[in-house]
Each structure stands twice: as structure tokens, then as C-alpha cells.
Design a protein around this ligand. Structure first.
Ligand code: UT7
Length: 323
């Protein structure tokens, strides 16, 4: 027997305002065709004035709690993955804790940029299997629209805002790959690549700063590293690619998603794809895809899921779980 962190509920939130690619044509030397062909993105959501990472995270968390049929007081911990917290501190997670009306438990942010939700899942899993928490809200939430340089066509057309959340709950499993819950995790970072994707502001500059990315350089690392981490996580879980029901990848670029699936020997029919509707929502992209994939009827209880992401740092990793 072994303790497993099992998904009990899922939910998401997307801001009301949808921005199609064509809207950028008025202000930038770009077009719908280029954005679709190079990234697979067709539209994205942008937060309204007054909407923040923590407000979107709270709405997604409420949806996941409702789905789990639980109250905020049933939660022991909140782990929130974000690189766009409302303020430098306190954490967005503690803001969500307050907004949910929780007067117990503990909450903290995890910052691993686009790999943030993988890191958050891994942390939440460790809290559960070590007995420190029984139920954990794991959230990915971002407002990347607030760190865009709207004059830089190579970045500002790629990102979007949103939030997704899971409720993980401790449950006894047999200790085999047939168990529900998180079966394995695999994390990596390599700070030597920090200049490929970063924000040029922060405490050291006294500004919020803007996202800067050498997209084609990040792309070069992505497929190889994602396929390798997914393979490692599958080995650790004791499963093979043919056992997998769904790949739920970070949604940055359809060409990276296709390349990784091909390298893993899995057809695109087994991949949950939301990049066309959400753009790249960084740490929010995987929980958004899990929630939308469940709502579409793609992800069903008992399905074996491989989820993987890479982003600034570089930081990357994968999680294998049975829904
Ligand atoms: O989520 C975190 C991790 N991030 C990623 O995974 C992103 C990884 N990278 C990518 O997704 C792709 O590299 C991009 C979508 C960012 C770019 O696609 P690419 O095929 O690598 O294009 P490129 O950067 O090599 O640029 C090709 C051309 C350039 O023009 P020249 O130098 O060939 O004349 C760019 O200036 O496309 C130009 N370009 C654009 N043209 C029209 C760049 N942005 C645009 C644009 N519209 N928005």
C-alpha cells in the first residue's frame, strides 16, 4: 500500500475578453496567417482592468472545489504556480487563501515560469505522500498580458491570461501503476540558459519589466527535453507510451506539441490541444488544458495522463498521473 495524491476536482477560469490574431494587425507588422502557421495560436483571453492573477486563481479554485464537492475549510494547503503574482509579496497563494475565506492551512507560490504547474504538482504530491497535507489545491494562474512589450511582435502575439486548478486528495493505493493519482514526477532546470527567456524587470530594477524571449533558441531545446523528461517520468511510473491515454502538454506552440508527441511515438489523437484558443498562458496552460479536456469529455476517470512543460530558466519536467 502507498499514499497517492488523487485528483478529486478540476476547474478553470478564462477572462471574458477574447482577442483574435487579426487584432494585432492594426498596430504591428504581423498577420493571422504567420501567427497560426508558426505557433498554432488563433486567439487568447486578456484579463480586464482589476482582474489579477489572484482573482482569476480564486475563481478557478472555487470551480475545482465545487467539482470536488468540498468547502475551502476542507483544504490543508494551496500551492499556486505563477510568475505574475499580483505583488512582489505576499504570495498570490495567500491572497487566494484569504479570498476563499480560509482561516487555517498554509499557502505558497511556486515560480518555475511555464514549468510552474509541473513543479507545483510535484510539491503538492510531496506534501501529500509525506503526510503534511491531506487535501491540496494546486493552481496555475497568470496575467502575462501585464508583462508584454506591445511593440515586440515576436512575443506579444503569443501569450494569454487565465487560471486552472486541481484538488488533490490523499488516498491509499496498491503501489502499482494501476493506482489513481500521481504515479511519478521528473524535474529539471539549467540556469545557464537564463538569457533565452526572462523578464527585464524586478526588485533589482524597480520596474515590473517586459518578457524577452529568443523564441527559436527555446524551441531548439523544447522537443528534445520534453520527450526526455516524459520518457523518464513514464519509466519511473512503470508505464510505456502505448499505455498512455492522454498527453497534456504545456500549450506554447503546436509545432512543439506535435514534435514531442511524434518523438514519444504517440498520435495527435491522444493529445489535449488548447493552444489555438488560449495562446501560451505559462503556468496556467496545463491546468486549463486538464479542465477543458475533462469538460470536452476527452479525459475520463482512470485515464493515464502524461503532462510536461518547459519554460524560462530553463526549467522543465513531467508528471505521470492516473485521473
Ligand atoms: O512557454 C515558454 C517556452 N516558450 C516557447 O516554447 C516558445 C518557443 N518558440 C516558439 O514557439 C517559436 O520560436 C516562435 C513562435 C516564437 C517563433 O517561431 P519561429 O519559427 O522560431 O520563428 P523565428 O523566431 O525564427 O522568426 C522567423 C521570422 C523572423 O524574420 P526573419 O528574421 O526571418 O526575417 C521574425 O522577425 O519571423 C519574424 N517574426 C514575425 N513575423 C510576423 C517574428 N514574429 C513575427 C510576427 N509576425 N508576430
Amino acid at each position: 500500500m502507498s499514499l497517492r495524491a488523487v485528483v478529486r476536482g478540476v476547474g478553470h477560469y478564462l477572462p471574458e475578453r477574447i482577442v483574435p490574431n487579426a487584432e494585432f494587425e492594426a498596430t504591428l507588422d504581423t498577420n493571422d496567417e504567420w501567427i497560426r502557421a508558426r505557433s498554432g495560436i488563433e486567439r487568447r483571453h486578456f484579463a480586464a482592468e482589476g482582474e489579477t492573477t489572484s482573482t482569476m486563481a480564486t475563481t478557478a479554485a472555487r470551480a475545482a472545489l465545487k467539482d470536488a464537492d468540498l468547502e475551502p475549510s476542507d483544504i490543508d494547503a494551496i500551492v499556486l504556480a505563477t510568475s505574475t503574482a499580483d505583488l512582489t509579496f505576499p504570495s498570490a497563494a495567500t491572497m487566494v487563501q484569504a479570498d476563499l475565506g480560509m482561516d487555517s492551512g498554509f499557502a505558497f507560490d511556486v515560480q518555475a515560469v511555464c514549468a510552474g504547474f509541473i513543479y507545483a504538482l510535484s510539491n503538492a504530491n510531496a506534501l501529500i505522500i509525506s503526510g503534511q497535507a491531506k487535501r491540496v489545491l494546486v493552481i496555475g494562474a497568470e496575467t502575462f498580458s501585464r508583462i508584454m512589450d506591445w511593440t515586440d511582435r515576436s512575443t506579444c502575439v503569443l501569450f494569454g491570461d487565465g487560471a486552472g486548478a486541481l484538488v488533490l486528495e490523499a488516498d491509499e493505493g496498491a503501489g502499482t501503476a494501476a493506482d489513481r493519482g500521481i504515479l511519478s514526477t521528473d524535474l529539471h532546470s539549467d540556469g545557464r540558459h537564463k538569457d533565452l527567456l526572462y523578464v527585464d524587470g524586478g526588485v533589482s530594477t524597480g520596474t515590473t519589466g517586459y518578457l524577452r524571449m529568443q523564441g527559436n533558441q527555446v524551441f531548439r531545446h523544447a522537443v528534445e527535453k520534453l520527450a526526455a523528461t516524459a520518457t523518464k517520468a513514464m519509466e519511473r511510473a512503470g508505464v510505456a507510451p502505448q499505455d498512455v491515454d492522454w498527453i497534456v502538454p504545456h500549450q506554447a506552440n503546436i509545432r512543439i506539441i506535435q514534435g514531442t508527441a511524434k518523438k514519444l511515438g504517440l498520435p495527435m489523437e491522444k493529445v489535449v490541444v488548447t493552444v489555438q484558443d488560449h495562446g501560451n498562458t505559462s503556468a496556467a496552460s496545463i491546468p486549463l488544458a486538464l479542465s477543458v479536456g475533462r469538460d470536452r469529455g476527452q479525459i475520463q476517470q482512470g485515464d493515464l495522463i502524461v503532462t510536461e512543460a518547459i519554460g524560462g530558466g530553463l526549467a522543465w519536467g513531467a508528471v505521470v498521473l492516473r485521473w
